[in-house]
Ligand binder design. Structure first.
Ligand SMILES: Nc1ncnc2c1ncn2[C@@H]1O[C@H](COP(=O)(O)OP(=O)(O)O)[C@@H](O)[C@H]1O
Ligand SMILES: [Mg+2]
Length: 437
């Protein structure tokens, strides 16, 4: 950018700031006042018609436009008002602002050309969402993604998603105004329970409830630093699974402090390694048994098998709140290492084959240590959810630093799903659960 261009940019920005301060004054009174001034102006203009006529007499050869205006003073005034209003409506104030902002944040190609705003409209299906369409001066989508936070600040929006338009020369951004951020606290209500066979509801996103269908994505990996809301979300999911008739297994090596007695009555709890190995061996055996049953009937999955046989084989869910703690082999002797390896291998079998047989894993961790969850298990946990986290943990869970970049340090219960969806997890009060049992 040349000095001259920078100067002009700064001048336009200052002018806009002044205007935005004026615009911040509550809108309605200003509009009413402007309309009142305009109408008073009309009365005033009408009262000056005679003066205009007298003025006309003094002209020897009036220009046709002057003559027309003087003859119809009021009509000319009203017409001018309509034209000014129309210009205000049509003039692309937004476009200029967007170009300046993109210039400022350096969203430009190597020739210094910034994206231009082509259209901005409401999403018909989601009235809160605005769709911004830009012409894209040869910037890769990745560059837009990398500048996501700067774009959000520049345009005062929260971005839901970005994608190429009809061609790569267009970029479509779905966003909500920054002031329409998600609430910090959304209470769970029983009516949020999904009616579909094995769909669990996670929380509210910008365009509605966010869900995960275990029949399609069978296992969940949940990450986030301490206090990010993992345990609350984990229990929210387990509670829904119980309501839907699943059998729930919970490994909690903290001696059950995270799971009060109401859970112990409803779930099969497990507090130490030997018991865990036995439990997982049982689940892996059940998987083999179901495999044989399904093969005999030629059914591809649990729902199908239950339909054909008229039975109700339950979905089985194994949950573990601090899985990295459990799998950590450091300092273990040979026997314990072997035991942990067996636990890993059972988890791995379920991760690889559990989907068709209705056996699912929900594993949570807060430790930013990739080696603790073996790759074979990790790649099979298709549903990744990360709350507040540092970039290393975010990388482990989501394969990107997105959670570290997008979830604020104070956030509780705010999560990012593997597909980029941000949501506020429902707050689930265990005491409610205790009473309902
Ligand atoms: N969905 C939520 N909405 C609002 N606050 C939440 C939510 N989830 C958790 N919190 C708050 O954060 C605190 C820590 O949550 P917790 O699930 O124990 O975190 P973690 O298991 O990640 O350490 C909770 O006590 C609660 O105050
Ligand atoms: Mg916890």
């Amino acid at each position: 950018m040349t000095r001259d261009e920078k100067f002009k940019l700064r001048r336009r920005t200052t002018r806009r700031e002044i205007w935005s301060r004026v615009a911040e004054i509550p809108n309605l009174p200003i509009k009413v006042a402007l309309l009142a001034v305009y109408l008073l102006g009309a009365v005033y203009v009408q009262s000056k018609q005679e003066t205009a006529d007298a003025f006309m007499e003094t002209l020897i050869l009036p220009a046709p436009l002057v003559e027309a205006v003087c003859d119809n003073l009021l009509r000319s005034y009203l017409l001018a008002g309509v034209i000014v209003f129309g210009v205000l409506l049509i003039y692309p104030f937004d476009r200029k602002m967007v170009e300046d902002q993109f210039q400022s944040i350096g969203l430009a190609n190597s020739a210094g050309i910034v994206p231009r705003l082509l259209r901005k409209r409401r999403d018909k299906d989601h009235p809160r969402v605005t769709i911004w369409e830009f012409n894209n001066p040869s910037l890769p989508l990745k560059m837009w993604e990398d500048k996501r936070l700067a774009i959000e600040a520049a345009l005062d929006i929260n971005i839901i998603s970005m994608k190429y338009g009809k061609s790569k020369g267009r970029i479509i951004v779905y966003a909500v105004p920054a002031k329409d951020d998600l609430p910090e606290h959304i209470e769970w209500k029983e009516e949020y329970l999904s009616p579909d066979s094995f769909v669990l509801t996670l929380g509210d996103g910008y365009i509605g409830p966010v869900t995960v269908d275990l029949a399609k994505i069978p296992h969940i990996l949940l990450g986030g630093s301490t206090g990010s809301g993992k345990s609350v979300l984990l229990k929210l999911l387990l509670m829904q699974a119980l309501y839907k008739g699943a059998e729930v297994y919970v490994a909690d090596f903290k001696g059950g402090v995270d799971f009060p007695p109401a859970w112990h009555e409803r779930c099969r709890m497990c507090f130490e390694e030997d018991d865990l190995l036995e439990l997982l061996t049982g689940l892996a055996d059940e998987l083999e048994r179901r495999k044989r049953l399904f093969k005999k009937t030629g059914c591809p999955n649990l729902d199908e098998y239950n339909k054909v046989k008229g039975t109700h084989l339950k979905r089985l869910i194994f949950a573990c709140d601090e899985v990295a703690e459990i799998l950590d082999k450091s300092g273990a002797d040979k026997t314990r290492k072997d035991k942990l390896s067996s636990i890993e291998s059972k988890l791995s079998i379920i991760a690889r084959q559990g989907r068709a047989f209705g056996i699912h894993l929900i594993l949570a961790t807060q430790r930013p240590d990739a080696n603790l969850i073996p790759g074979q298990i990790r790649t099979n946990l298709g549903c990744r959810i990360c709350g507040r986290a540092d970039s290393i943990l975010s990388q482990i869970i989501l394969d990107s630093t997105a959670a570290a970049d997008q979830i604020s340090k104070e956030a509780r219960g705010r999560f990012l799903l593997h597909d980029g969806t941000v949501f506020q997890g429902y707050w689930f009060d265990e005491r409610q659960f205790e009473r309902s049992g």
